[in-house]
Design a protein around this ligand. Structure first.
Ligand SMILES: Cc1cc2nc3c(=O)[nH]c(=O)nc-3n(C[C@H](O)[C@H](O)[C@H](O)COP(=O)(O)O)c2cc1C
Length: 201
């Protein structure tokens, strides 16, 4: 059976990056709970041509590959640095090219970093509505970290690390439940297969 494909995309414009480090912490936490094919991309991977593209046809190949990976994923980890109280313009610009139907029902972990704690709710009032547009299944626990939560580029704050673990656990639980419902072996010979058989159709 193929592993679930989990794609991370963060909107950092530099490396090293706190936003990417936060997504890496989420990915590691998922990886410690389940076998998965996890790939992380950021804005550096997309290249500077993304900002000049006005249509999907005009996307440079690296950016198009990221859009395609996002659409094909079974689940997403998304993250952005806070710029002027919201996700960055380029983060939104990239998701403007994602097929509006491609993320429906897809589990998505929301994350963001900022200079301080003042904009911690950006994950709720900025990121969650965007993925609501896509009918994505946003994970209840979103993760925000500020400069003080990192030491030498590594996420060290226990409270944020606990939220990372919560979010990862919630995502893995959803993927695990879906795998059981879709696995033919789980249905074969089952006496109590009614609910699963209905859900699996
Ligand atoms: C143009 C710009 C705007 C910013 N606006 C905010 C802001 O409104 N609120 C905030 O908390 N931090 C703000 N910051 C700080 C960054 O969000 C913060 O340093 C972030 O963690 C950087 O992430 P990175 O290391 O992945 O690049 C801003 C930084 C830049 C460059």
């Amino acid at each position: 059976m193929s592993l679930p494909r989990i794609v991370g995309f963060t909107a950092n414009l530099q490396r090293p990056s706190k936003t990417r480090a936060l997504a890496e912490a989420v990915a590691e936490s998922i990886g410690s709970r389940a076998r998965a094919d996890i790939r992380l991309f950021d804005m550096v991977d997309a290249g500077t041509g993304l900002g000049a593209a006005w249509s999907r046809d005009l996307l440079p190949l690296p950016a198009r590959r990221i859009v395609e990976a996002i659409e094909a994923a079974d689940a997403l980890i998304v993250g952005s640095p806070v710029y002027k109280g919201a996700y960055t313009g380029l983060f939104k610009h990239l998701f403007d090219f994602v097929d509006p139907n491609a993320l429906a029902g897809k589990p998505v972990i929301l994350s963001a970093t900022g200079g301080g704690a003042r904009h911690a709710l950006v994950v709720e009032h900025s990121l969650r509505p965007l993925f609501g547009f896509f009918n994505a299944l946003t994970i209840p626990t979103a993760v925000y970290a500020s400069d003080a939560d990192f030491r030498d580029g590594v996420l060290v704050d226990d409270g944020v690390r606990a939220r990372v673990a919560d979010a990862a656990g919630q995502l893995v639980a959803i993927l695990g439940a879906r795998a059981q419902i879709h696995a033919p072996a789980a249905l074969a010979g089952s006496q109590a297969s009614g609910a699963f058989a209905t859900a699996g159709r």
